[in-house]
Design a protein around this ligand. Structure first.
Ligand SMILES: C[S@@+](CC[C@H](N)C(=O)[O-])C[C@H]1O[C@@H](n2cnc3c(N)ncnc32)[C@H](O)[C@@H]1O
Length: 270
């Protein structure tokens, strides 16, 4: 493993924080542990040359590799299940009643390997039943980790990872693959999710505003100012009455944000 000196550590941490929001100031070991194999693979013998390269040349594929290594992509189906219950019991009935054009606009921001948007897609299928195809329920799912997005698009998960879901979901929404103990999400649910690369530090300029934004367990790695700025951008990109779900361990200071706090880690634009 390579050592990193204070100067290179500070340069790298500032670069990642300024461009991607992720604050790694207390993660020296994570940086050296996860990036040392990258340095070796690229033929570098020290962090100074590698950091120079990242800061000066910024070749896209090298940045992608850096982000694949430095992001934490831990996720699972039905994570923080009360959000999904609220989504089913309160949010979808409201959308069904108010969306006359039958078009929903839902964003899983920081979707990692896809379990969150696929959970949402399955729940919408459960909710709308045979009317599912009459609604535009497509979910936008974004992340900065190309590795996580590639797993998400494959949509193949282990048998154990499906255990957190209601029992009948495995038979309804997954098919066995030729690899033992590996299951793929069925095409109807897969096709309902649109995966894209998107850095949450960038301006939010999508065609439509959102009815619901899930951005859970993403901002834990951001400092308060970065979080507050992102939440402002979420607010502006949300339709009236729309919701923002954040992770249970996260908080936003809604002082300057007119979000209504509807339950823990759930906010609504009045
Ligand atoms: C821990 S996962 C959360 C996955 C899912 N939302 C959940 O709650 O289980 C955090 C994800 O946020 C992504 N992320 C971190 N910073 C980001 C940024 N600036 N823009 C977009 N995605 C980011 C990471 O790549 C990672 O996949």
């Amino acid at each position: 493993m390579f050592d990193i000196n204070n100067q290179d550590f500070t340069r790298l941490v500032s670069f990642v924080k300024e461009n991607y929001g992720i604050n790694l100031i207390n993660k020296r070991q994570l940086i050296t542990g996860r990036l040392s194999p990258v340095l070796s693979g690229m033929g570098y013998t020290n962090f100074t040359d590698y950091v120079d390269h990242i800061l000066n040349n910024s070749e896209k594929e090298d940045i992608d590799l850096l982000l694949n290594r430095l992001t934490t992509n831990y996720t699972f189906f039905m994570r923080e299940v009360n959000h999904f219950e609220y989504f089913m019991d309160t949010v979808l009935p409201w959308l069904e009643k108010t969306k006359k054009d039958k078009t929903l606009s839902i964003w899983s921001a920081g979707c990692s390997s896809g379990q969150e948007p696929y959970t949402l897609s399955m729940l919408m299928k459960e909710y709308f039943g045979s009317a599912f195809s009459n609604w535009d329920t497509r979910i936008l799912a974004t992340d900065i980790s190309l590795q996580a997005l590639s797993l998400a698009q494959k949509a193949v998960y282990s048998g154990e990872s499906l255990e957190s879901m209601p029992k009948d979901f495995k038979s309804k929404y997954f098919t066995k693959t030729s690899t033992p103990n590996q299951y793929q999400v069925v095409s109807e649910i897969r096709e309902n999710v649109l995966f894209r690369t998107f850095n949450l530090m960038e301006p939010i300029q999508f065609k439509r505003r959102f009815d619901v934004i899930f951005c859970r367990n993403v901002m834990i790695y951001f400092d308060q100012t970065t979080k507050d700025n992102l939440c402002k951008r979420f607010f502006n990109a949300t339709n009236q009455g729309g919701y923002l779900f954040i992770g249970h361990s996260e908080n936003i200071t809604s002082q300057n944000l007119p979000y209504e706090h509807v339950m823990p880690s759930t906010y609504r634009k009045p």
